[in-house]
Design a binder for this molecule. Structure first.
Ligand code: B12
Ligand code: SF4
Length: 460
């Protein structure tokens, strides 16, 4: 058996610090195979490379696994400070100066451009996609001295119990609960939709693959019991899958009388009052809606498969149940024209008692159809290098004019966020006032008398 040092390299804190779930899941899988595992989270260690080096020297690993969550922050207004690959490359170099052991990279960011990122980082091996099975297999092959390809990828997506729950580190849970008021959990993988810009199906597969609801609830009960967790974010690409797997999970949560409150990503389609009431009874306190576009022409441009009227109906049903909703809308995508910008902004005005986050331009990533579209539209060359952020802007609209229209339409409203940095500023203010969590839900006031919704850090 081997000694494996896992490192989460993510130091992003916007919109809030996010527990390194991918590393925790790999740690659980390796420990179940009898390996000795040490997890190290760079963010919870103040981003301090010296502490990392000390931890590596003390543990003396046979292998180091580096989890890479983000390439950049997908915000077209952003600077190079939010490009994370340079930092990751520096980490690999640092690891190599203090231990002469293979460095294996994985994680969602890595899996989007594995070959390019492996080369850029100078690491030895890479695991594309889910790692529970492949990482132990790779380590066993290396232990036996077998020749292995630098890039490994599963042939068959994992099913059921093969998708591990996380092995949480108490001091990291404490850190994230103190800073973000929550931790996270995945209940299923995959997405069968094919939205033009999205990499999630490429990362997780085109089919919803649920974990066993009882195992998910076991994880939640453990979080509640061992870490006093009271708020969770479900990281599923789409929580409300069309087969209704999520309803089985929610029934199990209710049956086992969990006290956790939770939030997730929802597709704004088919959310009836009965469903919303059931979800709310199980602890749902806010919904992040992948509305993505503001009118039917741009929704079709993204191939979303629903109309703006459907999204609005879901929003209104949620408001009726006093469930705060945030809509994420990207301007400048395929089919955007001056007319669609005007139509979208007018439609968005109908989103009352809800928060709207707007983005300008869309980060082009490989493994998404947007790249083909961008090449066809002449927005990028066929051999474009996507390691550094490149954004799609519809050739039919002037980005500056578009941004000015969004700013003018959102002016003076605290529940409209544009540009994205505006949201970070608002969140920072709320953080200073002691609010924790997704925070945007604090921007909404329903008609009823105000309950105290301030949620302080669990142990601040
Ligand atoms: C949920 C989610 C969010 C939520 C997180 C909520 C929360 N409290 O956790 C929110 C909305 C807050 C969010 C924010 C952001 N996100 Co996000 N998010 C996701 C999502 C959907 C799931 C991530 C997750 O937790 N998965 C569950 C875990 C278990 O899976 P995993 O980490 O992939 O781990 C598996 C494998 O990757 C692998 N693995 C992982 N680590 C390791 C390590 C080794 C050594 C190996 C071998 C394998 C391995 O094995 C694991 C188990 O199978 C992904 C897309 C996706 N479908 O993956 C985007 C994603 C990770 N996010 C992304 C981005 C960009 C962001 C933001 C920067 C956006 C922004 N400007 O706000 C921020 C950054 C936040 C932060 N502080 O880091 C990008 C990152 C890539 C990129 N383009 O740079 C992704 C991939 C989406 C995309 N655009 O394609 N996000
Ligand atoms: S945007 Fe959402 S629904 Fe569309 S493919 Fe991505 S995860 Fe699936």
């Amino acid at each position: 058996m081997s000694r494996i040092f896992l490192l989460s390299s993510n130091v992003a804190t916007d919109p809030y610090p996010v527990y390194p779930l991918g590393m925790a899941v790999i740690a659980a899988a390796l420990q179940n195979q009898g390996h000795e595992v040490r997890q190290f989270d760079l963010l919870a260690s103040d981003g301090d490379e010296e502490t990392l080096v000390q931890a590596l020297n003390a543990f003396r690993p046979d292998y180091v696994g580096l989890s890479l969550r983000n390439i950049d922050n997908v915000d077209s207004f952003s600077s190079d400070d939010n490009w994370y690959l340079a930092g990751a490359r520096q980490l690999v170099a640092r690891i190599k100066t203090c231990c002469a052991v293979p460095v294996i990279v994985g994680g969602p960011a890595f899996s989007i451009m594995p070959r390019e990122i492996l080369n850029f980082l100078g690491a030895d091996y890479g695991v594309v996609g889910e790692g529970e099975q492949l990482v132990p297999q790779l380590i066993s092959a290396l232990q036996q001295g077998r020749a292995v390809e630098p890039l490994q990828q599963v042939d068959e997506p994992l099913a059921g119990a093969a998708m591990s729950g996380p092995l949480l580190v108490p001091e990291y849970v404490e850190f994230y609960q103190r800073h973000s008021g929550m931790i996270n959990l995945q209940t299923k993988r995959g997405c069968p939709y094919r939205c033009v810009y999205c990499t999630y199906p490429a990362l997780e597969g085109h089919r919803f693959r649920p974990r066993d609801p009882a195992a998910v609830v076991d994880d939640m009960l453990r979080m509640q019991r061992d870490h006093q967790t009271d708020h969770l974010f479900f990281t599923d690409s789409v929580f409300n899958d069309r087969q209704g797997l999520y309803l089985q999970l929610v029934e199990e949560m209710l049956r086992r009388a969990l006290k956790l409150r939770w939030c997730a990503f929802f597709r704004p389609q088919g959310l009836t009052p009965d469903i919303l009431r059931l979800l709310k009874r199980s602890g749902l306190y806010a919904m992040e809606l992948g509305t993505d576009a503001g009118c039917d022409r741009t929704l079709a441009g993204f191939d979303k498969g629903f109309t703006f009227a459907e999204a609005l109906a879901c929003h209104r049903a949620a408001v009726a149940e006093e469930i705060p909703c945030a809509h994420f809308i990207m301007f400048g995508g395929p089919e955007e024209t001056p007319d669609t910008v005007r139509e979208s902004l007018s439609n968005i005005e109908q989103i009352e008692q809800g928060v709207v986050f707007a983005f300008s331009g869309i980060r082009i990533l490989p493994k998404s159809r947007l790249l083909e579209r961008a090449i066809a539209d002449g927005v990028v060359a066929a051999d474009v290098d996507l390691l550094k952020p490149v954004y799609y802007f519809s050739p039919q609209v002037d980005p500056e004019w578009m941004n000015a229209q969004i700013l003018a339409s959102f002016a003076g409203r605290r529940d409209r966020i544009f540009p994205p940095a505006e949201g970070q500023a608002k969140m920072a203010v709320m953080n200073n006032f002691g609010f924790k969590g997704i925070l945007w839900d604090q921007l909404i006031r329903f008609g009823a008398p105000q309950r105290s919704r301030r949620r302080r850090a669990t142990r601040s």
